[in-house]
Design a protein around this ligand. Structure first.
Ligand code: F6P
Length: 546
């Protein structure tokens, strides 16, 4: 049944008017227990969702909407390995990569756990060889630098995690990432490297992505005549892919091809062999701890009742804003330097999953299915775009993310950092009333006329909602739980809004057009193009021709 036909949906629609007129200040004043009632403590973190524009009536209807959407049924089917990615005809089993399934699941007659464990032990062996110095390049030099060539899901997760776990890095090997087909990035990194001690990881689920394959070919060419090509490929290249036959056809040794499977979506793949750079950077045990943390969130998501279920609560709050209240964006604001790539990572995870407008029934949705995700480190954002968050007419709900324990030894910094994080969510919630502004200006000795002139600029309406996720400590386990929290939030939101979260047809169109345009850019033949594109090709031709 169409989700918009349920009474819970209609009820929520009718509640938006009332909630637009409520203020978070009032909701807190009316209920001294609000913070406790709308908070959830898990072993890894505290989720405080009390600063959201929801009251009991909204909350009850949101939970009812989740039940009406059969979220529990979809959740059970996903973890049972049923084909919930229906447009691609695949199960969705990234939880299997971290031991998060409730029981054995086989895909095509093969146990998913057996496949996963087999590949994990290959990764472990490889990482140990690398760390022990047993892997050498074709001139016998020890491998000291590893360059990951991959884009999107084959890049963002590993780099984000390695940055987040800087404090846990092993010193044996340096990691580098090249995702852009703009040769400036690869050229810059190659200039820092010694080819005799460099290993490339070609990470691509499909092993056809033009950016990655172009970078892989340029990396191979970089070695010049150092050794015959077959030897270069053997000693200096490994592949991570769900298309092992293509990696072998590229020339990579079969024992250097690490595999994952089409039941792992690209943006959910960091737990698979795509996480090889993570295991190299923090050691295999650290990688295991990351997987364990994610598995603990898998269990929580499966077992906790909806009203105490962190991913479900975050999904409900998110869809309340984007689908019902009309707030189209959502900011991710980490107050932890190490999490500086989290906003970019979550942009792909969430927007590639839920940026859709066709329902499971193949109809136009007619409602917003997910917010525009953006953000950056909170402290830097405070001095960049928070003005907009505080005083723009547009309301942007936000997630504040920090950790109680600092990842460094410098005294005094962490309290300032966390004080800023708490203060910002408080300021967004409470704002400053005209009355308060007038009093403050008068206390500063300003005359009545000046007070009247300045007051409107200084008023903050407040009532800007946020979640706060406060980790006990940022470590591999808690990071795994945090990422899985968002993964399941994304799934829950997609299920409730009746879209398929695990395909990404929207990125295919541009890929196809780029492939067709490339030869035209070279030849200058723009005859079949629209006038704007033809003009761009012509300009390119004129400038390159000098
Ligand atoms: O950007 C689109 C996309 O298809 C993502 O879903 C994927 O993570 C990325 O390209 C990279 O794809 P591949 O791993 O196949 O190279």
């Amino acid at each position: 049944m169409d989700i918009t036909q349920f009474p819970s949906w209609q009820q929520l629609n009718s509640l938006t008017e009332k909630m637009h007129d409520r203020h978070l200040r009032e909701l807190f004043a009316e209920d001294p227990q609000r913070a406790a009632r709308f908070s959830l403590e898990l072993p890894e973190f505290l989720l405080d969702y009390s600063k959201n524009l929801i009251d009991d009536e909204v909350f009850v209807n949101l939970l009812q909407l989740a039940r009406d959407a059969d979220l529990e049924g979809w959740r059970r089917r996903m973890f049972a390995g049923e084909s919930v990615n229906c447009t691609e005809g695949r199960p969705v089993l990234h939880a299997a990569l971290r031991g998060g399934l409730p029981g054995p699941v086989s895909v095509g007659g093969v146990s998913a756990d057996a496949l996963v464990e087999g590949e994990l032990s290959r990764l472990k062996e490889f990482v140990n060889l690398l760390h022990n110095g047993a892997l050498t390049g074709c001139t016998g030099k020890r491998i000291t630098d590893v360059v990951n060539l991959g884009v999107g899901g084959s890049h963002l997760g590993p780099e984000m995690v390695i940055e987040a776990l800087r404090a846990h890095r092993c010193q044996e090997v340096q990691l580098h990432f090249v995702s852009n087909v703009d040769g400036a990035q690869l050229a810059d990194i190659l200039a820092q490297l010694d080819m005799e001690s460099t290993l490339f990881v070609v990470s691509s689920k499909t092993f056809t992505t033009s950016e990655t394959m172009t970078n892989a070919r340029s990396a191979l060419n970089w070695f010049g005549g150092l050794a015959p090509q077959a030897e270069l490929l053997r000693q200096h290249f490994v592949a991570v892919t769900a298309s092992p036959e293509k990696a072998r056809a590229f020339g990579i040794e079969p024992q250097r091809v690490f595999q994952f499977w089409d039941w792992v979506g690209g943006r959910f793949s960091l737990w698979s062999a795509i996480g090889l750079p993570i295991a190299i950077a923090i050691g295999f045990e650290g990688f295991r701890a990351l997987l364990d943390g994610a598995a603990s969130m898998d269990r929580h998501f499966q077992q906790a009742p909806l009203e105490k279920n962190a991913p479900v609560l975050m999904a409900l709050v998110s869809l309340w804003y984007c689908t019902f209240m009309g707030y189209p964006a959502h900011a991710i604001l980490p107050y932890e330097q190490a999490l500086h790539m989290l906003p970019a990572y979550l942009q792909q995870a969430e927007m590639e999953s839920n940026g859709k407008s066709t329902t499971r029934a193949g109809e136009e949705a007619g409602y917003a299915t997910g917010p525009l995700i953006w953000g950056m480190l909170g402290i830097n954002g405070q001095h960049a775009f928070y003005q907009y968050l505080h005083q723009s007419p547009q309301v942007v709900p936000a997630d504040f993310i920090g950790s109680v324990t600092p990842g460094h030894q410098l005294p005094g910094h962490h309290e300032i950092l966390l004080a800023n994080m708490f203060a910002q969510s408080q300021a967004l919630m409470n704002g400053v009333s005209r009355e308060q502004v007038e009093t403050d200006l008068a206390v500063r000795g300003l005359g009545a006329e000046e007070v009247d002139r300045l007051a409107p600029y200084k008023v903050h309406r407040g009532n800007r909602p946020s979640n706060t996720i406060l980790l006990r400590k940022l470590d591999p386990h808690s990071l795994g739980a945090l990422i899985a929290l968002y993964e399941h939030k994304i799934f829950a939101q997609g299920v409730i809004l009746q879209i398929y979260s695990f395909d990404q047809w929207g990125v295919e169109l541009g890929k196809g057009l780029a492939a067709a345009l490339q030869p035209q850019l070279e030849s200058g033949d723009s005859h079949n193009q629209d006038a704007s594109t033809a003009g761009l090709i012509d300009y390119y031709q004129r400038v390159t021709a000098g």
